[in-house]
Design a protein around this ligand. Sequence first.
Ligand code: PMP
Length: 417
Amino acid sequence: MAVNPDRLKLPQFDARRIRRDFPALAQKIHGHQLVYLDNAATTQKPNPVIDALTDYYRSYNANVHRGVHTLSELATERYEAARHNLAQFIGASQPEEIIFLRGATEAINLVAASWGLANIGAGDEILLTELEHHSNIVPWQLLAERVGARVVVAPIDQQGNVAPETFSRALSERTRLVGIAQVSNALGTVNPITEMIRSAHAAGARVLIDGAQAVGHMPVDVRELDCDFYALSGHKMYAPMGIGALYAKKDLLERMPPWQGGGDMIRAVNFTRSLYADPPQRFEAGTPNVAGAIGLAAAIAYLKTLGMEAVATHEKILLDYALERLVMVPGLRLIGTPRKRAGVISFWVEGLHPHDLGTLLDHAGVAIRTGHHCAMPVMDHFQVPATARASFGVYNTQEDVHALIAALNQAREVFGG
Ligand code: PMP
């Protein structure tokens, strides 16, 4: 049998060593070594991220931007350095194109409330794909209701792909904004966003990429993609919860109105009118999540030591390995068989509701997610109420796949149909 050369790369990545950087993975659950396969919901945090948080709170906790004392200057310097690091990590041309927010959800809501309200009107269209997460659907529905616009959907096929031709056909001269997930959290589909962005631009639309499931798993270069907006969540890329960001092209940001008012986003305030600060401050009203941004910078530094190409290769090899073995589990049906997949495998086991399956797996120490994954239109498409979802990260190993398969077989033998 010919040896797949890709297979040979897996041990060199040394996920077993990486695993030791994540203290939460060292524990036992119900007497079994934890096998964490819920990375699409949130990833575990490595020691450097935890240390960056405690270091901030232990030694230089202070509010940013307005202070002249040493701690405030230090906190400001690190917070702005984090902006610089993230800009560089995703290929933005300058740090001012990065707005720190709570996560991808808040980033998409910002675009809808600020750019959307100013640029989308009655009769205009917002084009989404059928595989979007609710956070890239509901903000657009809220906007559409408010201004009389229409949400149009590019359907997925039976494999869970958005065909480029179907997508192009859904574009019209009324399309103002296209919202696309780079990677589907429910199916793992990697959308051909380069082509999609190109055709959306050719139709005169702006493009928002929901990168929540992409940026911790593969190299991302927003300038190369030429997307107008890119939303991401830190907690899905080994950073703390409550920090994320919006990337937007500078010329767009400069013309966008504020979406929230408060301290730190103004130049001057009086009771007649206020003058707003330039981006990014214009969009960061109030005290930001300073510790979160510093933790995000630590997560980026950690990912850079691994190398994003290597991360993507490791996860691809592991995913292929898991897929090969999962299809051998009797009664297991894959939900979605996309052409290109990253990070995520959704499935259904005959005779076992996903929620029961999730509980049984937990008793074997294997953490997966079950439910609609905030992608109800995808569940409707495949006519299932829920799926079981295993999702992978840098610390997952072939042994984790073996544990998943063993737990599935045991659950099926004991409780399955
Ligand atoms: N988009 C996708 C594709 C996601 O998977 C998620 C999180 N499940 C989100 C957006 C929302 O991210 P957050 O809850 O961190 O804002």
